[in-house]
Design a protein around this ligand. Structure first.
Ligand SMILES: [Zn+2]
Length: 53
């Protein structure tokens, strides 16, 4: 498993720790792959709808 890159919105920097040294909880950054999945998800939904009846 690859470690997920986390981001501190307070320090505006990337880290691998779930909690930044400033005390702010870091947020997960979604990789670019996700937007591709969404794009295909739209086609999948349309396909599903067409083949439901
Ligand atoms: Zn921070």
């Amino acid at each position: 498993m690859t470690p997920s890159i986390l981001y501190c919105s307070v320090c505006k920097k990337y880290t691998l720790k779930e909690m930044c040294s400033c005390g702010q909880k870091t947020t997960t950054t979604k990789p670019a792959k996700f937007s591709v999945d969404d794009k295909w998800g739209k086609y999948r939904r349309e396909y599903k709808r067409e083949h439901k009846e």
